[in-house]
Design a protein around this ligand. Structure first.
Ligand code: ATP
Ligand code: MG
Length: 401
């Protein structure tokens, strides 16, 4: 058994010791069969959430109503979820409440795709009631049961089908694809938060181009914030080759670039991204546009900052037909050689300028600081107290201050 499972094995033992069933389930079992890296080893059990809390000393209740308790074991969090069905689907999305059941098979039956509906017991035996292993062998994404029913229960599954096709380069079965084409509009019931999780994974997948193409041909794209009717540049974006090393911020920035989004902040806000994440993508997008018009200048490097410089240049490097690459490494080196990296690195500050000038505060302070930054960055002024002071006296004289 692989280390990730061995580490979690004591949880299964503890549940079984109390007379309950417990199995590894979902993504980790799928990824084991696929030979992919394993993360998030989830466990399903016949024990009710309250029992799970009793059995383990360190737990966190993240969704007991849905049957999920986090068990902390050797510092690692594991999701332990009680066998359940989700029969009362309302409004084409996950139900608010679930029914706990006692059989593993019932639990596996509510899962989305056959490859995600397998369990593995403590001895490494596979419990595969829906032929998930065959689906993996045949590289296909098929729903557990009738696709139309399963997508109507929870419309997000349609987008999940596309994201798995992107991550694994598997084909969605024809009847599933047909159901997606027909039911795409049910996506309007799904929250943007859930869409973003899947869209990110789709965007990062190795077969992203084909999945993005499906997103459009199926009509699901209409329910992705900012990507509906009237966009252009989509074809350009999906025709790109995106190397695996290219991260998500870079991919989002490239998407904005190809779509020539005029109000990037507004666009990203619709996706309800955390502010920090939004700012990063926005910044890379702005500098990507600048960078394609000019080589890096010291001022551009300075304003962009180390991270944006690297990410922007990584995008340039990834696109073979884009000329005049600096290369992320060289750009990073150029950045680190800048005489200053922030205003705080100047040997003079606003208060000192006020004293030297003996003038009232005003917008001129910011203007002066900006001008000094530029002189220092362009190598025309040495960053020392004396030289800056002399330069400033000349500058203020010219300004008639
Ligand atoms: P990843 O490796 O990206 O985390 P995953 O298969 O673990 O993939 P999760 O979203 O973490 O995907 O979900 C864990 C498991 O829960 C899935 O493997 C699947 O069995 C089940 N599942 C998740 N979302 C749904 C859904 N919307 N409908 C039915 N089953 C679902
Ligand atoms: Mg997972």
């Amino acid at each position: 058994m692989k280390k990730e499972f061995l580490d979690a094995l004591p949880i299964i033992h503890a549940l079984e010791k109390e007379g309950y069933e417990a199995y590894f389930v979902g993504g980790s079992v799928r990824d084991l069969l696929l030979g992919r890296d394993i993360h998030d080893v989830d466990i399903a059990t016949s024990a009710a959430p309250g029992k799970v809390q009793e059995i383990f000393s360190k737990t966190a209740d993240v969704g007991a109503a849905h049957g999920t308790i986090i068990v902390l074991h050797e510092g690692e969090p594991y999701e332990v979820t009680t066998f359940r069905t989700e029969s009362d689907y309302e409004n084409f999305r996950r139900p608010e409440t679930v029914q706990f059941v006692t059989s593993l098979k019932e639990d596996l039956k509510r899962r989305d795709f056959t490859m995600n509906a397998m369990a593995m017991d403590k001895d490494g035996n596979l419990h595969d009631y829906f032929n998930g292993k065959d689906a993996i062998r045949d590289k296909k994404i098929e729903t557990v049961g009738n696709p139309e029913d399963r997508y109507t229960e929870d419309a997000l599954r349609m987008l999940r089908a596309l994201r798995f096709s992107s991550q694994l380069d598997f084909a969605i079965t024809p009847d599933s694809l047909e159901a997606i084409n027909r039911l795409a509009s049910l996506m309007k019931h799904i929250s943007v938060e859930r869409k973003l999780i899947e869209f990110d994974k789709l965007l990062k997948g190795k077969a992203a181009s084909a999945a993005l193409d499906l997103l459009q041909s199926s009509g699901l794209i209409e329910f992705m914030p900012g990507l509906g009717k009237g966009i252009h540049g989509w074809e350009t974006f999906i025709a790109r080759t995106l190397p695996p090393a290219l991260g998500l911020p870079e991919r989002w920035a490239l998407l904005l670039f190809d779509l020539e989004v005029e109000q990037p902040k507004e666009f990203l806000k619709q996706w309800k991204m955390p502010v920090k994440r939004m700012d990063k993508i926005h910044s890379v997008y702005l500098f990507l546009r600048k960078r394609l018009k000019n080589q890096w200048t010291n001022l551009m490097l300075y304003e962009a900052g180390a991270e944006t410089v690297c990410l922007t240049e990584a995008i340039c490097e990834s696109q073979h037909d884009w000329i005049q690459k600096t290369g992320a490494e060289k750009a990073a080196a150029d950045y680190s050689r800048l005489p200053i990296h922030s205003r705080a690195d100047l040997y003079i500050n606003g208060n000192e300028l006020l004293q030297i000038a003996g003038n009232e505060p005003g917008p001129w302070v910011a203007d002066a600081l900006h001008a000094i930054e530029l002189e220092v960055l362009e190598g025309r002024l040495h960053n020392s107290r004396n030289e800056i002071e002399r330069w400033f006296l000349r500058w203020s004289n010219q300004k008639g201050m």
